[in-house]
Design a protein around this ligand. Structure first.
Ligand code: AMP
Ligand code: ZN
Length: 458
């Protein structure tokens, strides 16, 4: 399925061809690890995970190298450490682990590599030395700054003009800057702050520099695909481009630039600064990860997506239909076949997930009505589509026990069922009926069968 992807730099969809089909490279800007990720932060993770899966499908698992970095030094991390009385390492280790677990909970495969900012300080220093030698960066009062006037292509990705740039970047106006829009590559560490020795004194890197250094170290000057949320287009990606292109004699940083749209709460972007966030970590306690993933992929990735509880209810219901079909086919051995062509063709069109979901539903109906001799093949194709998109990984009978945003936890249900069985044994039917009614009122149906008691959520 040859892919067509919307390239922000070109401003249109382009057929995707990697520079080397044996080594397809993708870099997505990852989290700054000082607190929990909200579900808006999870959108790029799930979207680029889908792209990673599609690339692996097309070019082979071994051929695709996907890097998602971890920013483990930053002002916000220093602040979180100071406020909690913990060390920076404790904070970054803890939130990196939680991030990995939560994103895995949403069905995101681990990236091939997960470079850290603190693991690339030497590369960052070398990059700055190159930029200073070329006179596109300068040193002032312990800072290293990029002189944006020296890079005439600045702003091409985001198509912003100079005044918008200064306003949008909200760059600090500081006396040591030659131009208010110059951005910081390196800043001096205050006495109580962490820092690394450099030719310009003890300091720490600016955020934009990290990505340029990590890409150079792991991939060389140019990657196939660079991704992130649309808020990163400017200034972050613009600054990455300025640094990398100048350091690499004009070689482009990425051949395709992909940006996901915002997840919104009402009219606003979900963001920590607005305080309107829902944490992925909390949602995962109440909902199956696949239902949250389905919700995140329910809009095409460049479109805005409005987040509400109803979206999760609907997403869970849609998945229920697939799991019901799979349950009905539980005695059929799935044949090892490719996903349905209709699903592949929707995904190949710039990851058109709403169309892919519609194609999946249609295929599910066909599977349900398939003649006996076609069922193995069709079940195989349905599961293959699920594997490609990160769905149908649960055992169908377990699926119907998973949470739906409320209702009792599995442990409580099983404890109550054991109590009910004991009550029935001692002929306390009033108690056993009361337990059954209580669970029913909370959406859990108990069924007594020849093999004992089973239960499912309504
Ligand atoms: P941040 O922690 O703000 O650097 O964001 C991490 C990633 O999440 C970046 O790729 C952002 O573009 C993306 N992101 C942040 N908020 C949202 C949102 N509300 N919707 C979609 N993507 C977002
Ligand atoms: Zn980046």
């Amino acid at each position: 399925m040859p892919l067509t992807l919307h390239d922000t730099m070109a401003g249109e969809k382009r057929p995707f061809t990697p520079a080397d089909p044996n080594r397809v490279t993708m870099y997505v800007c990852g989290p700054t690890v000082y607190s929990y990720a909200h579900i808006g932060n999870a959108r790029p993770v799930v979207v680029f995970d889908l792209l990673y899966r599609a690339l692996r499908h097309e070019y082979g698992e071994e051929a695709v190298v996907y890097a998602r970095n971890i920013t483990d030094i930053d002002d916000k991390i220093i602040k979180a450490a100071a406020e909690s009385g913990k060390s920076i390492e404790e904070i970054t280790q803890r939130f990196s682990r939680i991030y990995r677990e939560d994103m895995a909970g949403l069905g995101a495969l681990p990236p091939t590599i997960e470079p850290t900012a603190t693991g690339h300080i030497g590369e960052m220093i070398a990059l700055m030395e190159k930029l200073i030698a070329q006179d596109v960066a300068y040193v002032a009062e312990g800072h290293v700054l990029f002189a944006i006037d020296k890079y005439t292509e600045y702003g091409t990705l985001s198509r912003v003009n100079h005044d918008e740039m200064i306003a949008g970047a909200r760059v600090e106006v500081a006396p040591y800057k030659k131009n208010a829009a110059d951005f910081v590559l390196w800043k001096p560490a205050k006495d109580d702050e962490p820092g690394w020795d450099s030719p310009w004194g003890c300091g720490r890197p600016g955020w934009h520099l990290e990505c340029s250094a990590m890409i150079e170290k792991n991939f060389g000057p140019t990657i196939d695909i660079h991704g992130g949320g649309q808020d990163l287009r400017f200034p972050h990606h613009e600054n990455e481009i300025a640094q990398s292109v100048c350091a690499h004699g004009g070689a482009p940083l990425a051949r395709y630039w992909l940006h996901n749209g915002f997840l919104r709460m009402g009219a606003d972007k979900m963001s920590k600064s607005l305080g309107n966030v829902v944490l992925a970590h909390d949602l995962l306690k109440a909902w199956p990860g696949e239902a949250i993933r389905w919700a995140l992929l329910s809009a095409q990735y460049r479109q805005p997506l409005e987040w509400k509880e109803e979206l999760l209810v609907q997403s869970k219901r849609q998945l229920d239909r697939f799991y019901r079909t799979l349950n009905e086919l539980s005695d059929v051995e799935a044949a090892p076949v490719a996903p349905p062509e209709s699903v592949l063709s929707a995904l190949s069109d710039d990851l058109n997930t709403p169309d892919a979901f519609a194609a999946l539903h249609q295929f599910r109906e066909e599977v349900g009505n398939a003649p006996d001799d076609k069922r193995a093949e069709m079940k195989g194709a349905l599961l293959a589509a699920g594997r490609l998109m990160g769905f149908f990984t649960a055992n169908p009978s377990d699926w119907f026990k998973m949470g739906t945003g409320g209702g009792p936890a599995v442990e409580e249900i099983e404890r109550l069922i054991a109590d009910r069985t004991a009550a029935r044994k001692s002929k306390d039917f009033a108690r056993s009926d009361a337990i059954r009614d209580d669970l029913a009122s909370r959406g859990v149906v108990i069924e007594d069968g020849p093999d004992g008691v089973s239960w499912r959520r309504r």
